[in-house]
Design a protein around this ligand. Structure first.
Ligand SMILES: N[C@@H](CCC(=O)N[C@@H](CS)C(=O)NCC(=O)O)C(=O)O
Length: 212
């Protein structure tokens, strides 16, 4: 029996996997746990009726568990861990918030039109904190084994790389060697390769937010 999962379709290409980092996080968890699944692609600019009926909030990802559609990647990942405990992806509680501010700081910097507003520095501060954490505990956030926090961060770091390179010609400073190695380790995983959106769709997804 495979699980049904609904994730974002690409902007302008409704038959292709889209750029939602929360959707990719769920797909990564399914792949790492080798849970069979059936993927539905949701065009967010023309949401199908069945999707709005089962999920009136209209957000992806959603997964059908025991006949009921469940939303929110935090909740979904928690249920997947309970239902499919092997391999365990549990992150020790002291590490679950590592890197948790990076995505919001990245979005603020990406959208910023004022190079003196401190948004670049704010992002750098978060990336340096991740660098120090990985230096002490790496190569993954919880050590030698990949865990849930890495699967949440991986798509966000991928968006950061692709969008900041495209819109700002900016990349993670070379001296943050542990962060750079961490990204590499995550991005080469088979699960990541299989679930990532193409770069052009990540750019298309951010375009209206960067240049409204
Ligand atoms: N907290 C939610 C966030 C999900 C979310 O924001 N999804 C976006 C796409 S990445 C969405 O569905 N937005 C609705 C829309 O654009 O209409 C989660 O972790 O699943």
């Amino acid at each position: 029996m495979s699980l049904e999962v609904a994730v974002k379709a690409a902007v302008g290409a409704p038959d292709v996997l889209g750029d939602c980092p929360f959707s990719q996080r769920v797909l990564l968890t399914l792949e790492e746990k080798k849970v069979p699944y059936q993927r539905h692609l949701i065009n967010l600019s023309e949401k199908p009726q069945w999707f709005l009926q089962v999920n009136p909030e209209g957000k992806v990802p959603v997964v059908k568990f025991d006949g009921k559609w469940v939303s929110d990647s935090d909740v979904i990942v928690g249920i997947l861990e309970e239902k499919y405990p092997q391999p365990s992806l549990i992150t020790p509680s002291e590490f679950t918030s590592v890197g948790s501010n990076i995505f919001s700081k990245f979005v603020t910097f990406l959208k910023s039109k004022d190079s003196n507003d401190g948004s670049e520095q704010a992002l750098l501060t978060e990336l340096k904190a991740l660098e120090e954490h990985l230096k002490a505990h790496g190569p993954f956030v919880a050590g030698e084994k990949v865990s849930a926090v890495d699967l949440s961060l991986a798509p966000k770091l991928y968006h950061l790389d692709v969008a900041l390179d495209h819109f700002k010609k900016w990349s993670v400073p070379a001296e943050l060697t542990n962060v750079i190695n961490y990204k590499k380790l995550l991005f080469v995983r088979e699960s990541f390769e299989k679930t990532k959106a193409e770069k052009k769709y990540i750019i298309a997804g951010w375009e209206p937010k960067v240049n409204p």
